[in-house]
Design a protein around this ligand. Structure first.
Ligand code: SAH
Length: 204
């Protein structure tokens, strides 16, 4: 996966590549998907949701530019794979999910793998998670119609926000840095994520 998908497509950050070598992706997919866990695609994880394609997880992680001391929020826990990657690269991570079974399942997997610096929250992540804020980095792994305002508010000055923004079935990966209270936005690649459903996302 690393040699054939991530490096040839331009993932360069050695710390990011190292973490992909370490985190066992097969632990995050259903039993019957283990065989294809390292394939170049997103996979179904139940409740109509998916674990993102490895390359997409890597691009988003690289764009966050984590140095190791950050307080991070992930919106859209899903399988918990991205959360494990984040936990390896920051001080503390919060991950919020609107489907309780997925949140519970991810929590169990990460506990089994020994992660202690991650807190799982069940709720509408389009409103962020004020209790853990401010965040040095926020990543949304579901498609947003716009940048949810609460996430901008909960981002620390100088913090990074990475999220897919656009239509319901096609988005543009968007990276932003908060400078003097405002977001400085850069557009990245096209992508397809399941919709962010919630108060500051899609309504259903
Ligand atoms: N990061 C995940 C991929 C998640 S797929 C992984 O590594 O596997 C997107 C997830 O976002 C889905 O599980 C979906 O239920 C969740 N989601 C959608 N809207 C949400 C919201 N408003 N708050 C929290 N989670 C949400």
């Amino acid at each position: 996966m690393i040699e054939s998908q991530l490096i040839p497509r331009g993932i360069k950050d050695e710390k990011v590549l190292e973490v992909f070598r370490k985190v066992p992706r097969h632990e995050f997919v259903p039993e019957n998907m283990r065989r294809v866990a390292y394939d170049d695609s997103a996979l179904p994880i139940g409740s109509g949701q998916t674990i993102s394609q490895p390359y997409m997880v890597a691009v988003m992680t690289e764009l966050l530019k984590l140095k190791g001391k950050e307080n991070v929020l992930e919106v859209g826990t899903g399988s918990g794979y991205q959360a494990a990657i984040l936990a390896e690269l920051c001080r503390k991570a919060y991950s919020i999910e609107r489907v309780p079974e997925l949140s519970e399942n991810a929590k169990n997997i990460l506990a089994r793998l020994g992660y202690k610096n991650i807190e799982f929250v069940y709720g509408d992540g389009s409103e962020g998670y004020p209790a853990g804020s401010p965040y040095d980095a926020i990543i949304v792994t579901a498609g947003c119609p716009d940048i949810p305002k609460p996430l901008t508010d909960q981002l620390a000055e100088g913090g990074r926000l990475i999220l897919p923004v656009g239509e319901r079935y096609f988005q543009t990966l968007t990276a932003a840095t908060k400078e003097k209270g405002k977001l400085k936005i850069e557009k990245s690649i096209g992508c397809v994520f399941v919709p962010l459903i919630g108060k500051y996302g899609w309504q259903v």
